[in-house]
Design a protein around this ligand. Sequence first.
Ligand SMILES: *Cc1c(COP(=O)(O)O)cnc(C)c1O
Length: 370
Amino acid sequence: MVKFLDLKKINLAHEAELKQILEQVLLNGWYIRGKFHDEFEQQFAGYCGTSHCVGVANGLDALILIFKGYKELGILKDGDEVIVQANTYIASILSISIAGLTPVFVEPDAESYNLNVKNVKDAITDKTKAILAVHLYGKLSPMKELMALADERNLILVEDCAQSHGAIDDRGIKAGNLSHAAAFSFYPGKNMGALGDAGAVTTSDEALATTIKTMGNYGSKKKYYNEVKGVNSRLDEIQAAVLLIKLKYIDQENAVRRKIAQRYLDEIKNPHLILPDHKQAKTDHVYHVFAIRCEQRQNLIDYAESNGIQTLIHYPVPFHKQDAYTEYAHLSLPLTELIHEQILSIPISPVMEKEEVDHVITVLNEYRSG
Ligand SMILES: *Cc1c(COP(=O)(O)O)cnc(C)c1O
């Protein structure tokens, strides 16, 4: 069976180093915001190229705290509009709602599945105050153009980097440093995963970083003195320690993903399948998932399964068809709906064997529409 993602194998590749650092956490006797936490914040900011990184409890909190942080600073206020692509994972959208802002949905680009700059421009109103760009599937959004637009219209540009650790644009700038503030998730299944929930914000805005750090600690800088009504959202010492090890290998592991992606791009040739629009696996894509499209998707899923290949759908139901968001059920988003009906993710990971990649290619090339 070719697993969709073998998390145990991914982590056991670093077994000795992980065991050693986890033992040090135990022996250090300091379990929240300790020395590995501070070291990770510093190293991850350095890695992304920002002046600050703030560890938080998970990726959703990272997004929420960015928006709430801007509210605390008086830059955003209740009801301000935030433009976001309609085909993203629900967490991106939840963060806007939870922060008391108003999401405004645009159809994505039909080829990249990311924000389409023209659609964003068309959606801007007097109430628009921010854009949330999600680097979906691991591919960078058109950040140069979006930043120019944000500058021109005086908008806050936020990146959702939950799927794009280590992606680099053609100017050599990394995900997390392509906007005013970026949110990362280190959920175990992400490219850089912890051994539990974890997240971070990267930014070069010192006031925002300080605000988020305070808000994530009950609104307190000094113990038992509370400046604002904060929450408890901190990066555990144990996860920070794990992430210090994972950070050493992220570039190497992304390179393996890219190699596999290049083989898929070159070798999967089947008129029933729509591959990603690019021919070359470049550094602006870290292939968190390799998403293909197929008109008769269930057919393909069953066929792959019967040939020993696990697949997953990112994502089966668009937000406006979810029970959680019935207030948007009336929206017509044909492209978003089409993507959700046809998209399918095939196995890709830094620990896939050559034979497994061979098998996926052979099976997909032999697939005939049912
Ligand atoms: C995983 C994910 C999140 C949320 O991260 P958590 O750590 O699970 O809270 C947000 N946005 C996107 C695009 C994601 O894939």
